[in-house]
Design a protein around this ligand. Structure first.
Ligand SMILES: Cc1cc2nc3c(=O)[nH]c(=O)nc-3n(C[C@H](O)[C@H](O)[C@H](O)COP(=O)(O)OP(=O)(O)OC[C@H]3O[C@@H](n4cnc5c(N)ncnc54)[C@H](O)[C@@H]3O)c2cc1C
Length: 348
């Protein structure tokens, strides 16, 4: 008879890594966990965003690594640069990606890891049937941690420079010519990093930044951070204050992203970069579940089916009553600590 795993985790980015760690910490035996990913290289965090400066301080990355006993990071002898970095400073994301790769190898040796892509999911007799590209497996509970893709806008626009190229201070140079006018949509951390990249690393003719929302800055209060998930932080916030507050560099204009401005200015641009958020990666889920939403405070999609990570972020109200979608590695871990007792008792 085919094995029915107690838990399947789909995706091995930071959210999948945290999920496997916390299942083990909560007493689920390694033989009862199956972990699926096509690469096991720390997801987009470990591949696409390696050369992006973090908005998180080093101490929060370290807190994540020590937060799961199953990670066994306290016994890790590798001399990772993260261990030597100043704890109250930000860093390039690769400093965190390298230890996460170490944790991935460590966890893969414990649980049953399958290098494959999950294609469909179907509930049959209270068990999830997971069709992979090359096999079929069964599990009582499933955690979807399959990440998200950058959004593009449905505009008739010039060629797109993909977000991961635009955010990389080296790669962006090869995507732009000095005679180019580049459109950048957005005003988030990513959008400001891209403006800085274009201004400091590429001498393009002109940059047109179309924005919808104001620039927000994280405010560190006694025991919480206002605009923690949406606000600019660290060196990016400093750069933004120095360059975008009525003192724009000569080759940059900022325009409200309305129809009139887009119609007038976008045709003058040679390339466009969208930094306007992310869409959840879809898994062709069979039957009525395709239309079900996840509960934003618990990650529950259905009994025995849960979502975590950038695809299913926790919605949390701050003390001023504003909702923020919590995306960040330590936030995934903190959320898991609170919701795992629910997930362990919510089988089909
Ligand atoms: C520019 C930028 C800067 C950021 N800076 C920070 C920061 O400073 N600090 C911080 O904490 N966070 C930061 N983040 C957020 C953080 O990087 C993301 O939230 C995090 O990487 C999301 O992790 P994830 O595991 O949800 O998704 P991903 O990292 O995308 O991983 C998803 C995994 O699922 C796999 N997968 C997808 N589909 C399938 C399938 N069908 N079957 C099997 N596997 C599948 C993929 O191969 C991948 O390995 C930043 C994000 C961006 C974009």
């Amino acid at each position: 008879m085919a094995t029915i795993y107690q838990w399947a985790v789909i995706g091995a980015g930071p959210a999948g890594i945290a999920s496997v760690g916390k299942l083990l910490d909560n007493g689920i035996q390694a033989k009862d966990i199956v972990w699926i990913d096509p690469n096991f290289t720390v997801g987009d965090f470990g591949t696409r965003w390696r050369n992006v400066p973090s908005n998180t301080k080093v101490e929060l990355f370290l807190k994540f690594l020590y937060a799961s006993d199953a990670f066994d990071f306290k016994n890790c002898q590798e001399d990772f640069a993260l261990k030597r970095a100043p704890v109250n400073k930000t860093c390039e994301l690769r400093l965190m990606a390298d230890p996460l790769q170490w944790v991935t190898h460590h966890l893969k040796e414990k649980v049953h890891a399958i290098q494959d892509i999950a294609e469909t999911l179907k509930l049959d007799k209270r068990t999830w049937q997971i069709k992979l590209r090359h096999a079929e497996i069964q599990a009582t509970n499933v955690i979807l941690a399959n990440g998200a893709e950058p959004k593009n806008l449905p505009l008739s626009a010039p060629p797109i420079i993909p977000l991961h190229i635009a955010l990389d201070s080296e790669n962006i140079k090869t995507a732009c010519r000095s005679e180019d006018t580049i459109a950048v949509f957005g005003s988030s951390h990513s959008a400001v990093l891209i403006l800085r990249n274009l201004i400091e690393n590429c001498s393009v003719k002109r940059i047109v930044n179309f924005y919808q929302d104001q620039l927000l800055y994280a405010v560190y209060l006694n025991d919480w951070i206002l605009f923690d998930d949406t606000g600019l932080k660290g060196p990016t916030a400093e750069w933004s204050r120095e360059n975008l507050h009525g003192n724009l560099p000569d080759n940059l204009i900022r325009l409200h992203s309305n129809e009139e401005n887009i119609e007038h200015y976008l045709p003058q641009c040679d390339k466009v970069i969208y930094a306007v958020g992310f869409n959840r990666r879809t898994l062709p889920v069979v039957d009525e579940l395709a239309h079900m939403k996840y509960i934003e405070q618990t990650g529950i999609i259905a009994p025995g089916l849960f979502g975590l990570g950038i695809a299913f972020p926790e919605a949390k109200y701050n003390p001023f009553g504003m909702v923020e979608y919590r995306v960040g590695l330590w936030k995934f871990m903190d959320y898991l600590n609170r919701i795992m007792p629910v997930w362990l008792n919510y089988a089909p």
